[in-house]
Design a binder for this molecule. Structure first.
Ligand code: PMV
Length: 360
C-alpha cells in the first residue's frame, strides 16, 4: 500500500542549472462523481472518468537556478501575457507540494500556459492545468533523479496534481481512470488516479463527448464550497455508499459492453451530484433552464430513436453529451437540429476519449 511518504525523495543524484519542458494534459469528465473530500484532498468516495482528447492545457515550464533559495519565485503567463490573478492558486499549490519536491525553492520558474478551449467556456481548466504543471515538475525531478521509473513518474505526477485540484489526478493517464480506494478495483488508491485495470468493451472505445456550453459565466458556488457542504450533509453517507456501488456496476458494464446500463448509471450519477447541491445547507442550483431543456430533449430523442445517447454534468450548467462512435453522425445531426439553440451563442465542443498527458 502506498502512503504519501513514498513520494518524499531522499536525495537527488544529479544537478541541473536551467532548462525547459512542455507538456499537454487534457480535461476529464467523471462518470461516477467525486463530491466531498477529507483533509489533503482525499476523496470521500471513489470516482471514475473518461480522459478527454481535445480539451487540453499546454504548459511550458522554464527553470533557472537562483541565489536566494528561501522563497518561491515564479512568473506566470497565460496565453503569452502575465496573469497576476492566477498566481495565488499556483503559490498555494507550490506550498502544498514542496515537501514532495524539495527543489522548488532552488529555481526561478516561468510557467507559460494556454488552453485549447476558450477560457470563458465554463469548462474547468483546473484539472488539465494542474495536471500539465505537475507533469513538468516531474520532468525536472527526473533530471535530478534519472533512476525514477515510469510508474513512479506517472503516479507521483497524479499525486501532485491531486494536491492542486482533486479531479486533476485523473487527467494524467487515459482513457478511463479510477481515483479513490475501491475494494474491487486492484491498485485503486485515494492518493492518485490509476488507469482502469480491467477489460473495456469495444463499445466504449472512442466514446464521444460533445460539450454543450449552456452558461459560460462564473459559477455562483465554487466546487471547493460544494465539497465542503458534504460535511454534515443529511444524505452524505448514503451517497458515498452509492458511489461504490455505481463503480462496481460500471466495472461490470465496461467489460460486458451494455450501453443501456451504462446510461442508467451515468445519468443517475449526474443528477445525484446536483441533488447533493440542492439538498446542501445552504442549498443551491447550478443547472440553468436550458440544462433541463437539453436533458428532456435527449430523453425524448432516445425514446423515439433508440440511439444510445446520454448526458452527464459536472459542477455547472454545461451538458456533456456522451455516445458511442458508431452513432456519431446521427447524434451530431440531432445536436445541430435540436440542441444548439439551447447553447450560449450556439457554442459546443466536440471531444472524445483520449490518452492522457503528452510531453511535447
Ligand atoms: O476537482 P474539483 O475539486 O474541481 O471537483 C470536481 C468535482 C466534479 O467535477 C463535480 C466531479 C468529478 O469527479 O470531477
Amino acid at each position: 500500500m502506498f502512503t504519501a511518504a513514498d513520494f518524499i525523495p531522499k536525495t537527488y543524484s544529479s544537478t541541473v542549472e536551467n532548462g525547459n519542458f512542455e507538456w499537454s494534459a487534457p480535461s476529464n469528465i467523471a462518470l461516477v462523481k467525486y463530491w466531498g473530500k477529507k483533509d489533503n484532498q482525499i476523496p470521500a468516495n471513489p470516482s471514475v472518468s473518461f480522459t478527454l482528447n481535445k480539451c487540453k492545457t499546454v504548459t511550458k515550464l522554464a527553470f533557472a537556478k537562483k541565489e536566494n533559495q528561501v522563497s518561491f519565485s515564479f512568473d506566470l503567463l497565460f496565453e503569452g501575457k502575465p496573469k497576476e490573478d492566477f498566481k495565488p492558486k499556483i503559490r498555494k499549490f507550490l506550498e502544498r507540494i514542496e515537501v514532495y519536491l524539495p527543489f522548488l525553492k532552488d529555481y526561478h520558474f516561468t510557467i507559460d500556459t494556454q488552453n485549447t478551449f476558450p477560457h470563458s467556456s465554463g469548462i474547468a481548466s483546473s484539472a488539465s492545468g494542474m495536471a500539465a504543471l505537475a507533469m513538468n515538475f516531474m520532468s525536472l525531478e527526473k533530471l535530478l533523479n534519472p533512476e525514477i521509473t515510469d510508474d513512479y513518474f506517472y503516479q507521483k505526477a497524479s499525486f501532485l496534481a491531486r494536491l492542486g485540484s482533486g479531479s486533476a489526478c485523473r487527467s494524467v493517464k487515459g482513457n478511463v481512470v479510477v481515483w479513490g480506494t475501491q475494494k474491487n478495483i486492484k491498485g485503486s488508491t485515494d492518493l492518485f488516479g490509476v488507469a482502469f485495470p480491467y477489460t473495456i468493451h469495444e463499445n466504449f472505445q472512442n466514446y464521444q463527448d460533445t460539450i454543450l456550453l449552456v452558461d459560460k459565466g462564473e459559477k455562483q458556488v465554487s466546487s471547493t464550497v460544494g465539497h465542503d457542504l458534504m460535511h454534515h450533509h443529511p444524505y452524505a453517507y448514503s451517497r458515498f455508499v452509492q458511489a461504490h456501488e455505481n463503480l462496481d456496476q460500471l466495472t461490470a458494464i465496461f467489460e460486458n459492453g451494455n450501453v443501456a446500463e451504462f446510461i442508467k448509471v451515468v445519468e443517475s450519477e449526474a443528477l445525484t451530484l446536483h441533488a447533493m447541491m440542492m439538498t446542501s445547507m445552504p442549498y443551491y442550483i447550478l443547472m440553468k433552464p436550458n440544462t433541463l431543456q437539453i436533458i428532456n430533449t435527449i430523453w425524448k430523442f432516445r425514446n423515439e430513436t433508440n440511439v444510445p445517447v446520454c448526458f452527464t454534468l459536472d459542477a455547472g450548467a454545461n451538458v456533456h453529451v456522451l455516445y458511442p462512435e458508431n452513432v456519431k453522425e446521427k447524434v451530431l445531426q440531432f445536436i445541430q437540429d435540436e440542441l444548439v439553440g439551447f447553447c450560449q451563442n450556439g457554442q459546443y465542443i466536440c471531444d472524445e476519449i483520449g490518452a492522457g498527458a503528452i510531453a511535447l
